[in-house]
Write a protein that binds this ligand. Structure first.
Ligand code: 13P
Length: 251
């Protein structure tokens, strides 16, 4: 069965001292969530400090991005091997902010996904449509294109180690959460895409998180949907009680 994964994407927030306090606060109570997987994804400059703060707990460490090359003259970039060295288990790839603000393409994301998998990391690969695309009835076409492009060329075994996050762009940081039905139908469509390319067994095993204005108040209803296997949380992951309140919605 798929284990629920609740992951906090801290984005470009916090500084070292509050980052460590937040991580410690989550780690302290993590044992109340034995049936779930929990992860925190701090800014890369705090991965080391946060990794130490959660050491020995069940909370996993994740990065928010990486570069696909192994090493070399790539100023400002971080490799998969470096993330492993810091104790990361996960890496968020293709987040909509990287797609739309920083111009990341499906092709670039695909190279990162393959490099992350080769290094033994679990990529959390984000897909999601813009409001204009949803209003134009293009949601499924956009999701299909992002799935095909970002996850091109993965073997079945590689695919089984991927987590997908459906994050409708219009729901991110807006307080406008997708309804459980809106989210579920896209999650189901993604599972069908996996089934079509691989097989039913594999499709049933891949975890698909929802992200976009998840809060303790709406988490349970979303997480109850048959194809929603967790949450990728932005704003509410910056407070211990809100993040764990969301996790409680999955128990
Ligand atoms: P919010 O939870 O702040 O809407 O952000 C969602 C997100 O982008 C997580 O990756």
């Amino acid at each position: 069965m798929r284990r629920v994964l609740i992951a906090g994407n801290w984005k470009m927030n916090t500084t070292r001292v509050p980052a460590v306090a937040l991580a410690e606060g989550i780690a302290e109570k993590a044992n109340d969530f034995d049936s779930l997987d929990l992860a925190v994804c701090p800014p890369s400059c705090y991965l080391d400090a946060v990794g130490r703060a959660i050491a020995g707990s069940k909370v996993g460490l994740g990065a928010q991005n990486m570069y696909h090359e192994r090493e070399g003259a790539y100023t400002g970039e971080i490799s998969a091997a470096m993330l492993c060295d810091l104790g990361c288990r996960y890496v968020i790839l293709g987040h909509s902010e990287r797609r739309h603000i920083l111009g990341e393409t499906d092709g670039a994301i695909n190279q990162k996904v393959l490099a992350a998998l080769a290094a033994g990391l679990t990529p959390i690969v984000c897909v999601g449509e813009l409001l204009a695309e949803r209003e134009a009835g293009q949601t499924f076409a956009v999701i299909g294109r992002q799935f095909d492009g970002s996850l091109a060329g993965l073997s079945a075994e590689q695919m089984s180690n991927v987590v997908i996050a459906y994050e409708p762009v219009w729901a991110i940081g807006t307080g406008k959460v997708a309804t459980p039905q809106q989210a579920e139908e896209v999650h189901l469509a993604l599972r069908k895409l996996i089934e079509k390319r691989y097989n039913e067994g594999l499709a049933k095993g891949v975890r698909i998180q929802y992200g976009g204005s998840v809060k303790p108040e709406n988490a349970a209803e979303l997480l109850k949907q048959p194809d929603i296997d967790g949450a990728l949380v932005g704003g509410a992951s910056l407070k211990v009680d809100l993040f764990l309140g969301i996790a409680a919605g999955a128990l």
